[in-house]
Design a protein around this ligand. Structure first.
Ligand code: PHE
Length: 331
């Protein structure tokens, strides 16, 4: 019996060498490991074997079975790697888990387009704080306390915070305070845009959010004129809305510019206002400590949400910040 097992081992090893395909191997498996294989018969018949041999035959037989199974698996893997894994608990045919690829928020995309347009016109990008002193948000911009123009910007005040002069803190209502900060800390020439978030104490509706972005612009140099303002903003409009875009300026009032205007673009049959602008007010230069009489400049401020709404035909500003993927995935 022991001889027989040794012979079987040799035969199996030899037989395996000529297995060059999966069907060959399956046949080999049936022959040496199948229910009717010699090995199975020996193991099945073990109870009838003489007691003196029983233990040894059993041990050797089982060892051989384990060895042949391992040989089978190894060989199968060599012939067809995926076949073996099919036999294991790893299922390579399960559909994969979808990888969710993120994308930029539509307002971020618009901000980047605006930055690109102005950087091609020689403007740099600056930033300022969202929590701001009263002084920069209003005073330095020629909007003294108790001036009725303060009503143009419904303000969220931060009541505990005051600096040593008793000045109050607020959430900036526009990006214009960064104009004052820049002029306070550097001399002309200046060509800068300031993207950033702003906050207003306002009820929300389809065209108003209590938080939104603005992109401020400021250019200060010797002898800049209103023609420079118009030319710059016209180039910008063409880059954002297309080369044949028409623009229109109308008089408007902002305390920190003189003259002040708003600019509209002609879009699908209508004039739509997209920004406020004007020549920097002499009082603002004075407060910033600019004394050279040849210095002049222009400033503008726009709402990127509004620009994105026009470009993408979006009718409610609140959609941008409601975090609904059905909306966001469209951009
Ligand atoms: N800061 C103004 C606003 O929020 C916009 C503006 C900026 C107007 C710069 C003129 C010049 O309404």
């Amino acid at each position: 019996m022991l001889e027989k097992l040794k012979k079987l081992e040799k035969q199996a090893n030899l037989g395996l060498k000529s297995c060059n395909s999966v069907p060959d191997l399956e046949e080999w498996k049936i022959k040496f490991l199948g229910r009717k294989s010699e090995l199975s018969l020996i193991l099945k018949d073990i109870k009838n074997i003489d007691v003196s041999l029983k233990k040894e035959v059993g041990m050797l037989g089982n060892k051989l079975r384990i060895e042949l199974e391992a040989l089978y698996n190894d060989h199968l893997e060599r012939l067809e790697p995926s076949k073996k894994e099919q036999n294991s608990s790893l299922d390579h045919f399960l559909p994969g888990r979808e990888v969710k690829v993120g994308k930029l928020h539509p307002v971020t995309q618009t901000l980047r387009e605006i930055k690109k347009a102005f950087s091609s016109l020689g403007f740099q990008v600056a930033e300022g704080p969202e929590i701001e002193w009263d002084k920069y948000n209003f005073d330095m911009l020629n909007i003294p306390e108790d001036h009725p123009a303060r009503d143009m910007w419904d303000t969220m005040w931060i009541d505990e915070k005051m600096n040593s002069n008793g000045e109050k803190m607020l959430l900036r209502t526009h990006t214009s305070p960064v104009q004052a900060r820049i002029m306070e800390s550097q001399d002309p020439p200046i060509r800068v845009i300031v993207p950033g978030k702003c906050y207003r104490y306002e009820a929300t509706d389809a065209t108003h959010e209590w938080h939104f972005y603005q992109v401020e612009g400021l250019a200060v140099d010797k002898n800049l004129t209103f023609a420079d303002l118009k030319g710059t903003l016209y180039e910008f409009a063409k880059k954002i809305f297309g080369n044949d875009t028409k623009i229109r300026f109308r008089c408007d009032y902002f305390p920190f510019v003189e003259p002040g205007v708003d600019m509209s673009i002609f879009w699908e049959g209508k004039w739509l206002e997209i920004l406020g602008a004007g020549m920097v007010h002499p009082k603002v230069f004075e407060k910033a400590g600019y004394t050279d009489p040849n210095i002049s400049g222009f400033a503008f401020g726009m709402g990127p949400e509004r620009i994105a709404m026009i470009k993408h035909n979006i009718d409610d500003i609140r959609l941008f910040y409601s975090n609904d993927l059905r909306f966001l995935n469209q951009f």
